[in-house]
Design a protein around this ligand. Structure first.
Ligand code: BGC
Length: 375
């Protein structure tokens, strides 16, 4: 089984000046976690920490600076990262789109326009040719979160509030996913999406509006995208964090007096068991936990988080569910989108002033856990 941790390009590399997020946050992500400059040391750390998988992403906007200008030196750096991982027997799990878009793509209307899908597919073609030796691709990360944040909540660029646009975007992303799958697919590769799945529960069990809203969230947020692409999934990537209580459509709350992370999300380990079982029953595909993690300033809480969630993963395996990997989020402290640098998810602490790394006790705890599981 794969045991590792993950990051995404925009959140960790630094200096992604051609991304729409760079425009949106006015370069606030700056050097992020300095991964672009420190990847060699970071891969040494992964090895030292006993992990046999690493999930990270290729930044489309770094490679395609403009519509028809490929930066081969950037491509070459990714090539070296992949080579180093393979040399150390660390499985690269590469995400091809993790929320951030090239500025020129965004200016053309981004994912709202189906005519733009082809631009992403050019990028996919290029990667497919250049990286024949990558086995695991996550074609898209959390299309549901992206369309929700950008077009329902309005907290991510382009910050609009239109359910119609959210649905169009989700639909275009599903088309892009299917076409990208067809480009990449060969007998050696395993392809999927990383889908954010939330445990939705009605705020009050006997309130029909709460019950219907919770049901709709489950259908639209959790499963609409997966249902659209279900024929094109070699396994299913689950990103699991929390449970919410639904009042009305997208109005949800966390219950009081529960264990929470630093963003106020409930820590609900049993949820990983419930959702994994449900997804396995529904789609009958192997499962990879592509993200699961906690932001906290208390590393004991992180240790407990990992321990309890992995216990439930083991319960799933005992019950016959095929789980091919567990990826803790995140390998490094990193830039948490609209929330900025406050929330610390990393197994490795990053000093954002200097880029210095410090291994947290939870990373050693995770190493021990992996060691025992692999025996
Ligand atoms: C995203 C990550 C993010 C994490 C924690 C996931 O929804 O894929 O980019 O850092 O959640 O919020």
């Amino acid at each position: 089984m794969l045991w590792g941790s993950g990051i995404s390009a925009y959140q960790a590399e630094g200096d992604n000046v051609n991304s729409d997020w760079w425009v949106y946050d006015k370069g606030k992500s700056a050097k992020a976690s300095y991964f672009w400059y420190k990847w060699k040391d970071d891969i040494e750390l992964l090895k030292q920490l006993g992990q046999n998988a690493f999930r990270f992403s290729f930044e489309w906007s770094r490679i395609y600076k403009s519509e028809n200008e490929i930066d081969y030196s950037a491509l070459d750096t990714y090539r070296k990262i992949v080579d180093k991982l393979l040399e150390y027997n660390i499985e690269p799990i590469v995400t091809l789109w993790h929320f951030s878009n090239p500025i020129w793509f965004y200016n053309k209307g981004g994912w709202l326009r189906k005519e733009n899908i082809g631009y992403f597919l050019d990028f996919v073609e290029l990667i497919s040719k250049y990286f024949q030796d990558i086995r695991y691709f996550i074609i898209l990360n959390e299309p549901n979160v992206y369309s929700f944040k950008s077009y329902v909540e309005g907290s991510w660029p382009p910050c609009e509030k239109s359910i119609k646009k959210a649905l169009i975007t989700l639909n275009n992303l599903s088309k892009a996913y299917i076409k990208a799958y067809q480009i990449l697919k060969n007998s050696k590769r395993l392809l999927s999406v990383a889908q954010n799945l939330v445990i939705f529960r009605p705020y009050k069990l006997y309130n029909p509006i709460n019950v219907i809203s919770s049901f709709l969230n489950d259908k639209l947020y959790n499963f609409l995208f997966l249902d659209k692409v279900k024929k094109y999934l070699d396994f299913i990537g689950i990103n699991y964090y929390t449970r919410v209580f639904v009042k009305f459509f997208s109005n949800f709350v966390y219950k009081k007096d529960r264990d929470k992370n630093c963003l106020g999300w409930e820590v609900y380990p049993k949820g990983i068991y419930i959702i994994t079982k449900l997804v396995y029953r529904k789609y009958k595909k192997p499962i990879m936990i592509t993200e699961n993690g906690i932001c906290t300033n208390n590393d004991f809480q992180r240790i407990n988080f990992i321990k309890e969630h992995v216990e439930y993963i083991k319960k799933c395996i005992k019950e016959g569910i095929k789980i091919i990997g567990y990826i803790y989020w995140a390998f490094l402290d990193n830039y948490e989108w609209a929330e900025g640098f406050g929330p610390r998810f990393g197994l490795i602490e990053v000093d954002y002033e200097t880029g210095n790394r410090k291994i947290r006790n939870s990373a050693y705890f995770y190493r021990e856990l992996i060691y025992n599981e692999k025996r």
